[in-house]
Design a protein around this ligand. Structure first.
Ligand SMILES: [Zn+2]
Length: 254
């Protein structure tokens, strides 16, 4: 993991928004419901500030995150470590949980993370990822080096069956979608980019130089904001929705 990534995730503002987002809350509730009764020890890899971890009612719960700041909010056992090198050697967990983590990993980190999770040989894996995310929609532009980066540092998008290739040692037990939402119009977003307006947040940081995101031209932003609102309204009337998350429960083949 790069230092820039660590600096980004150590901003408390990145985590503050989570509980205020109803999609995130619904996602967390779905995950908690999917934890099997016979899973008593749980390791949450990439637990963040514990939006899921803190609510797990099981005898032994450990949360791991490589960023220090969110771990201050964890009410369970906490370990600061990277998913690429898990410091769990002689301990076996019934279930390894990892949600909203894999999409943040570049290719080499992703492969290493899969290896590390397999080494744990847990009976269950419970994994959540954004469902078929269009990564272009949340592109920000760096105000310093002009690099374009995903506002939440997402590097990969997942289809419905991605896990079958990565975890052949496991079989699928549950496959759930959580928190349906109205999808953003990708054509409007592409057009908006042509006019020089990209996604903005005060906490967004360029993944190349650490610079802040470029503030979009005000008029362009308002014009596209209005168009997006109309698009959403039409979709709402037509009932066009898309799952926000895909959550899968895998069981180790015996
Ligand atoms: Zn930059």
């Amino acid at each position: 993991m790069k230092k820039i990534e660590l600096r980004y995730y150590n901003q408390i503002g990145v985590w503050d928004k989570q509980e205020a987002n109803p999609l995130e809350v619904e996602r967390a509730e779905t995950i908690l419901e999917l934890i099997p009764n016979d899973a008593n020890s749980i390791l949450d890899v990439g637990c963040g500030k514990g939006i899921v971890t803190n609510y797990i009612q099981k005898p032994f719960v450990v949360g791991i995150d490589f960023a220090r700041t969110p771990l201050n909010y964890l009410s369970k056992n906490a370990i600061q470590a990277s998913i690429e090198s898990l410091p769990i050697k002689n301990m076996k967990f019934d279930l390894v949980l990892s949600t909203e983590v894999f999409e943040h990993l570049d290719d080499s980190s992703f492969q290493q993370a899969i290896k590390e999770i397999k080494k744990l040989k847990a009976n269950y894996l419970l994994i959540g990822t954004p469902y078929l995310e269009d990564l272009d929609i949340d592109l920000s532009k760096c105000s310093l080096c002009k690099n374009k980066f995903h506002i939440s540092h997402h590097y990969r998008s997942f289809n419905a069956k991605w896990f079958a290739k990565e975890f052949p040692e496991y079989e699928l037990r549950r496959d759930e979608y959580s928190a349906y939402h109205i999808p953003t119009n990708s054509k409007l977003v592409k057009l908006m980019h042509k006019f020089g307006a990209y996604s903005y947040s005060e906490f967004a940081r360029c993944d190349k130089c650490g610079g802040e995101a470029l503030y979009p031209p005000r008029i362009t932003m308002h014009a596209f904001g209005a168009l997006m609102l109309i698009d959403r309204f039409i979709k709402q009337i037509c009932g066009i929705m898309k799952p926000y998350n895909n959550i899968i429960l895998l069981k180790r083949k015996s």
